[in-house]
Design a protein around this ligand. Structure first.
Ligand code: EPU
Length: 337
């Protein structure tokens, strides 16, 4: 493990904002995490940087998780148990599981980022969250100087949430996830809960989709709707979809016909932040170098040369517009460093 100084972070996160890390260490073997140099705080644990807003220079230590590896751990009559190192690229990992004949993650195709970051905000898309395919993970606790393993219940997964966020560990760099084990059930059924996916397959005249068909359909939908960070820097959905109580959702729907509503298991209702932002006039609108994407208003984009301050300015303007029109507060999804 080599400790580097003054490392440029612009190319290490997908919003491409300027900033340097005072110290930076790339970890490709979990044993390196025991090094005394890594005890320094403030500390930030970085994966693919696809959910990060850089406020400028970071006067601390960035621990970049690059641990490779993916393998079948074991299988039983019901499931395959597949392990992956934290540094594996998420999409490549999903594609590899499909190629091995172990389906179950196809709905999460093309999500940017790494395997190790995926459980932190319980990544989800097109009717699936990783909580549903998660078995356990191993992580290093910098404070206790010890590895620990937690199962699914211990992770307290919820919508874009887990114990890692609930404990504040994603912000204070206390913990680094080193490996994740997925449980992929052998009894596979196509997950077509999300209307867009069913529509995409119908348009292709695929009546009985395979896992690969679903992966391909989702890749096609995402490529159509979401900007490619390589050409249009962004951090995916910039706000959470707000969840409100049923009475509130009904009142909003009465005042605003067409309001998309997604009833949740607990009786509350999830609203579509992208719809609220579009209705508030921010789809395809910019403030300086930062705007909301013209094909998906929930995605904030760096149109070139933006700083963290520019991102915060546009974020605040969008939040104010949605609050004025709907009295709904939008909370940002990415982490601010
Ligand atoms: N909508 C609009 N205008 C827009 C954008 C969306 O009216 O500009 C409407 C759509 O027509 C639809 C609804 O809002 O009725 C929902 O839109 P969409 O299906 O595009 O999904 P989303 O709620 O905006 C969420 C996730 C995405 C995930 C998609 C698909 C969050 C914060 N975002 O977006 O996750 O890919 O569903 O499952 O939950 C991410 O977290 O970075 C991310 C991309």
């Amino acid at each position: 493990m080599i400790l580097r100084h003054g490392v440029d972070l612009a190319a290490r996160h997908t919003l491409a904002l300027p900033g340097r890390a005072a110290r930076f260490a790339s970890i490709d073997d979990a044993a390196q995490l025991t090094a005394p140099e890594l005890r320094e705080t403030p500390r930030f644990v970085l994966g693919g940087g696809s959910n990060l807003v850089l406020n400028g220079d970071f006067d601390g230590l960035v621990v970049h998780m690059a641990i490779p590896g993916r393998r079948l751990l074991t299988e039983d009559a019901d499931a395959w148990y597949v392990a992956a190192g934290a540094g594996e690229n998420w999409h490549d990992f999903v594609q590899w599981t499909l190629a091995q004949g172990w389906p179950g993650l196809e709905n999460l195709s093309l999500i940017p980022g790494t395997v190790g970051a995926a459980p932190i905000q319980n990544i989800g898309a097109y009717g699936l969250e990783i909580a549903e395919r998660f078995h356990s993970l191993t992580a290093w606790d910098f404070e206790k100087q010890a590895f620990f393993t937690v199962d699914r219940d211990a992770c307290r997964f919820a919508y874009r949430d887990s114990m890692f966020k609930q404990e504040g560990w994603h912000l204070n760099g206390r913990v680094a996830i080193t490996a994740v084990v997925f449980r992929l059930p052998k009894a596979w059924t196509a997950n077509l809960r999300y209307a867009d996916v069913a529509q995409e397959l119908a348009a292709q005249r695929i009546a009985a989709p395979t896992p690969r068909d679903i992966a391909d359909a989702i890749v096609a939908i995402r490529r159509r709707k979401l900007p490619d960070p390589a050409t249009t820097p962004n951090a995916g959905s910039f706000f959470h979809n707000p969840v409100v109580d049923a009475a509130r959702a009904a009142a909003l729907a009465a005042a605003h016909p067409g309001l998309p509503r997604y009833p949740q298991a607990d009786g509350r209702v999830k609203l579509a932040a992208g719809w609220l932002i579009e209705q508030a006039g921010w789809k395809g609108r910019n403030l300086g170098p930062v705007g909301m994407y013209e094909k998906q208003a929930l995605v904030l984009v760096n149109c070139g040369g933006a700083t963290g301050a520019d991102v915060r300015r546009t974020m605040a303007a969008v939040q104010a517009a949605v609050r004025d029109k709907f009295a709904v507060d939008l909370t940002p999804e990415p982490i601010f460093l």
